[in-house]
Design a protein around this ligand. Structure first.
Ligand code: AMP
Ligand code: MG
Length: 337
């Protein structure tokens, strides 16, 4: 059953993955409105609910094992749905095990360091799921589309040449490989929005007063560079989808579908890690049994020696009697003329 589910998830996410070494061309290669055989929103929302439960279970095990960490990198154009994806997909997990970091225009202090410095400071610990709301990929996206950002980075002349983007791709791939080799798995999600859906979402942000704060005139200036961004995203996806950290292109025109895809890709990675609860040694188990005997002896009069074990036995008994009642009812119905 569990394996069947893992297989279904693997099948679901496979068409979203950018094969390492393939040349991606947006918008032709990935349809933002795709919804992979799930025609009804209701079905998608139901699937997401069970996906969220699955994530919560895996996150508990990841934290208990304390060996692996997971870093989720979310990239999208404005209004692509990054915030909502984080809110929904992580809604079931223990907040203590999750760390979210957002990245904006770099500060003076950040510009005083190498470009990966601020991202490495926000990496998750072992046992944690870290989420980057925008990530080190801004360094080959907004910085590439607006070269004045690169000029602000105080790079030595030799590091500012035309090969800077190819070099950054290589450096990012190497950095991610280093992290993966050392127990940190990287999940890269590009929320792929269509230009028309972005227009609709911008208008909603203008029309609904409670959403005005989410809109900035700068967003429209970025929209004017739509084609440049599509090119920068295409080159980034082609150059940095690797065996150890592949990109997933998430169709983002339907929010419910994008969230389902994001949850599925994260679940797929956690299933692959397969974190286990630590096993205690025979010696410890022996000690636990001794302590149990002491605690049982402390039971007040009339109370069960081990109230937890008693309640488990009681609910098992109830379940059994319910089952046999149902069986009898069914039999009676069958025998009725
Ligand atoms: P928001 O996520 O809407 O709050 O916007 C954050 C802004 O910061 C976006 O316009 C990003 O393009 C911009 N930003 C993020 N990282 C960088 C970077 N490394 N250099 C320049 N701008 C950036
Ligand atoms: Mg914004």
């Amino acid at each position: 059953m569990a394996d069947e589910r893992a297989e279904r998830i693997a099948e679901f996410v496979s068409p979203l993955r950018v094969g390492p070494g393939t040349e991606v061309r947006l918008p032709e290669d990935f349809d933002p409105a795709h919804k992979a055989g799930i025609s009804k929103k209701k079905d998608g929302v139901e699937l997401l609910r069970s996906g969220i439960e699955l994530l919560a279970d895996y996150q508990r095990r990841l934290a208990a094992q304390d060996v692996y960490g997971v870093l989720v990198c979310l990239q999208a154009l404005d209004a692509g749905g990054k915030d909502g994806t984080i809110r929904h997909v992580m809604s079931g997990v223990n907040p203590q095990g999750v760390r979210v970091a957002g990245f904006k225009v770099p500060s003076q202090e950040e510009l005083d360091h190498d470009y990966l410095w601020r991202y490495s400071r926000e990496l998750p610990r072992r046992g944690e799921i870290g989420i980057f709301n925008r990530s080190h990929y801004e360094e080959v996206l907004v910085v590439r589309v607006h070269p004045e950002n690169l000029r602000r980075q105080k790079l030595p002349l030799a590091a500012r040449g035309p090969d800077v983007w190819e070099r950054r791709y290589r450096e990012i791939n190497d950095w991610e490989r280093y992290l993966t080799d050392n127990g940190f798995r990287i999940v890269k999600l590009f929320l792929n929005l269509s230009k028309e859906e972005q227009r609709v979402r911008f208008l909603k942000r203008i029309d609904v007063p409670e959403r005005n704060w989410k809109f900035s005139p700068a967003d429209v200036r970025e929209r004017a560079r739509w084609d440049d961004y599509q090119r920068a995203f295409s080159q980034m996806l082609s150059a940095t989808s690797t065996e150890w950290a592949p990109w997933y292109v998430i169709p983002a025109d339907r929010k419910w579908f994008a969230r389902l895809c994001a949850a599925a890709v994260l679940a797929h990675t956690l299933i692959d890690i397969d974190p286990q609860y630590p096993q205690v040694s025979d010696q410890t188990r022996h000690e636990l049994a001794e302590v149990r005997r002491d605690l049982e002896r402390e039971a007040p009069e009339g109370a069960p020696a081990d109230p937890y074990a008693a309640s488990v036995a009681e609910s098992a008994k109830e379940k059994k009697s319910k089952k046999s009642k149902n069986k009898k009812n069914k039999k009676n119905k069958k025998n009725k003329p």
